[in-house]
Design a protein around this ligand. Structure first.
Ligand code: PHE
Length: 341
């Protein structure tokens, strides 16, 4: 082989290798180029014996050309490896396991929801199950079945939101009593928390919507004493062991007799303060023995069954527990307020 030819071949091998390496996109491709050029049975290696055949004066030039070709291929190999490593690093997610974790803001339950949960827990421990009912009610469930006289002021459109089709937004959770009795055989022991609507002018203690919790217990031989002990147990579980309760005669169409149940003031312990208007007592709930007419409307025999019902506002309970003096703050959705619970 003449020098001329050797140089051409070296040139061809090296430029082919450099071109392949520039296009290589995997370790295997790079390795293959290396093997077929610089490897033990590679093209460059195979050419080196040719050097010995050359005339003496050509050997120097040939040696230089070999070195040049090897250096060019080696440089292209290194560049290709570096390029591949860089692109792998760029596409892999950069995870630094030594960084401290990111704290995601965790939401929490609204204070009213917390009160609902707490009340339902307390009553569940006494054997009551929690049920819900529709907020959109018929006049029959909200008033008629509950024995409300036709001229009862709460039926007035001034006080109740009616829909054009005659239905209404429930003004109390008591219609759930009727729905539960109609759908279940006695005994019945339920609580039903939920939203109610009244056409009040909003102020610090009234809103157009608010939450009530209704309780109903129907069985044979249920008495006022059971009502009293159930409410007392609830009061002490919710506000603490020192709370006392008292009952005053009252009137509701759906209970007879009816009572208004007061709790001893949770702010002053009953001594008298601004919250209880110096009376030592807080009006908390309405209650009573279910009116026989209501039992009959629900298909129960009042000769055989009795029961008690009670209902209270959850905003008021939450306000007393957390010493909040304006219920509008519950629907402002101000995070500075909500984060405190
Ligand atoms: N539903 C009554 C109200 O809204 C409260 C109540 C419930 C009273 C159950 C007695 C029995 O005022």
């Amino acid at each position: 082989m003449m020098l001329e030819e050797l140089l051409q071949q070296l040139q061809a091998i090296s430029s082919d290798a450099v071109a392949s390496l520039n296009a290589a996109d995997s370790d295997a491709a790079i390795e293959a180029v290396k093997n077929r050029t610089l490897g033990r049975s590679g093209a460059i290696t195979a050419l080196s014996p040719q050097m010995g055949q050359l005339p003496k004066e050509d050997k120097r030039a040939a040696g230089l050309a070999f070195n040049e070709a090897k250096t060019a291929i080696q440089k292209a190999l290194n560049d290709a490896k570096a390029k591949l490593a860089a692109s792998e690093a760029a596409s892999a997610p950069a995870v630094d396991v030594t960084l401290p974790g990111r704290a995601w803001p965790i939401g929490r339950k609204h204070p009213i929801s917390q009160t609902i949960d707490e009340c339902c827990d307390i009553f569940r421990r006494m054997g009551f199950i929690a049920v819900s009912g529709p907020e959109l009610e018929t006049v029959w469930y909200n008033f008629d079945a509950l024995n409300a006289p036709l001229n009862h002021p709460s039926r007035d459109p001034q006080d109740t939101f009616y829909l054009p089709d005659g239905r209404l937004l429930r003004t109390q959770t008591s219609p759930v009593q009727i729905r539960t009795m109609l759908g279940n055989k006695p005994p019945v022991r339920i609580v039903s928390p939920g939203r109610c609507y009244r056409r009040d002018t909003p102020d610090a203690t009234h809103g157009v919507h608010f939450h009530q919790l209704e309780g109903l217990y129907i069985d044979k031989n249920v008495s006022m004493a059971d009502l009293r002990s159930t409410i007392l147990k609830f009061a002490t579980e919710f506000f603490g062991p020192d709370v006392r309760i008292r009952m005053r005669p009252s009137f509701f169409p759906f209970t007879e007799p009816s009572v208004e149940c007061d709790f001893s003031c949770v702010c002053c312990g009953g001594k008298g303060c601004r919250v209880c208007k110096n009376s030592g007592w807080l009006e908390i709930m309405g209650a009573g023995m279910v009116n026989p007419a209501v039992l009959r409307n629900a298909g129960y025999d009042p000769e055989e069954l009795q029961g008690f019902a009670f209902g209270f506002g959850l905003e008021r309970l939450t306000m007393l527990k957390h010493r909040i003096n304006d219920l509008r703050i519950f629907s402002d959705n101000d995070l500075r307020f909500l984060k405190q619970f």
